[in-house]
Design a protein around this ligand. Structure first.
Ligand code: SF4
Length: 345
């Protein structure tokens, strides 16, 4: 095993008041609505990410968690440049990247790689593994020799535990876990510094999830990688992440060091999520049953996005959106109840 690469803690990724909405009504007729006897023009939009600010330092693994539909995968796609923000800014290593052309993004593509839930998203089923792994190496290093390409591909295959002699096979000839290992190998072939992983293990059998997670942790240690790790699974972030951001309806509820979040969660939504994780210890809080359905992000509720399901909601919560405020333990929480010190525990 190589020596662990130390990091200098410089900020690699910074999201500043990031917004993403998807317009639902595309045609003129779809925008015509009848309201109170009047015909009005109104465009509906899904507000997937709302006023999201956070940063990721080199060497960190920032986990983004929340229920399905909370906007976490949209954040991954915005950072990877697969979607364009509706507002706000994305900075990488001190430079703004959300307004760059595809050509201007190319040097960054080498530094930033994405691992998807479905390995077929990055593995063409008609390409052998050798072809799939060679492609990004050649693309990002046009002057590299044939022998060097082969050596690079063999090295990353070995590093993810796949025998290089299997490189002439096609993706369908591998198990789901092996395919995800190969997708990780493909991301590593260009020696990236930042990995965006969107639910990378949730499609795998439980028995091999830990293997793939450990492989990603090893790659982090050996290569000094930084991760933005999207998952709905809190036990995965507890194992993998150094810090955790909790999203609800595309809005930041709480951001904290992993241990702080799990030991002293503050936002009522974080508490409810954590209480749903099965625990062996008796002294863990019992399951908090959330009332109501998760509201649609089409029309975000006024005030706190969580107020319709929160047992501690008051008038202020229903009318004024809470701002993320830093707490004494370094965590950041957006909740009037926490600010007013009126929540239990
Ligand atoms: Fe609950 Fe109010 Fe806090 Fe929202 S701001 S989580 S409604 S206490």
């Amino acid at each position: 095993m190589k020596d662990m690469i130390t990091t200098d803690g410089r900020t690699l990724l910074e999201l500043k008041q990031l917004e993403k909405s998807f317009v639902l009504d595309k045609s003129f007729l779809e925008t015509i609505k009848l309201r109170g006897g009047h015909i009005i023009r109104e465009k509906r939009a899904v507000h997937a990410v709302n006023d999201l600010s956070l940063s990721v330092s080199q060497g960190e693994a920032l986990g983004i968690v929340g229920e399905s539909g909370c906007g976490k995968s949209t954040v991954a796609r915005l950072v990877a440049g697969l979607l364009t923000p509706s507002g706000g800014e994305i900075h990488y290593d001190g430079e703004r990247i959300d307004n760059r052309s595809r050509k201007a993004m190319l040097p960054l593509r080498k530094k930033m790689q994405m691992i998807f839930q479905n390995p077929y998203a990055s593995l063409n089923p008609r390409m052998t593994i050798q072809q799939a792994l060679e492609e990004p190496v050649r693309h990002h290093n046009p002057s590299i020799s044939r022998a060097e390409v082969h050596e690079k591909v063999a090295e990353v295959m070995r590093s993810v535990g796949v025998d290089p002699s299997w490189s002439s096979r096609y993706p369908h000839e591998f198990s789901g876990g092996q395919r995800q290992r190969i997708a990780i190998a493909r991301a590593l072939t260009v020696d990236p510094e930042f990995i965006i992983a969107d639910e990378p293990i949730s499609a795998l059998d439980v028995s091999i999830q830990a293997q793939v997670l450990n492989l990603m942790l090893e790659a982090k240690e050996e290569r000094g990688l930084t991760y933005l790790f999207i998952t709905h699974d809190l036990s995965v972030v507890e194992h993998f992440a150094t810090r955790v951001a909790v999203l609800y309806l595309g809005t930041l509820c709480e951001l904290a060091e992993t241990r702080t979040l799990f030991e002293t969660p503050k936002h009522p939504y974080t508490k409810a999520l954590l209480s749903a994780v099965p625990q062996l210890e008796d002294d863990k809080p019992s399951h908090i049953r959330l009332k109501g359905e998760i509201p649609t992000p089409i029309n975000l509720p006024q005030g706190c996005p969580f107020h319709s399901r929160c047992a501690s909601a008051n008038d202020r919560c229903r009318n004024e959106r809470p701002r993320p405020l830093q707490q004494v333990d370094g965590s950041t929480v957006a909740c009037h109840g926490v600010e007013e010190n009126r929540l239990d525990g």
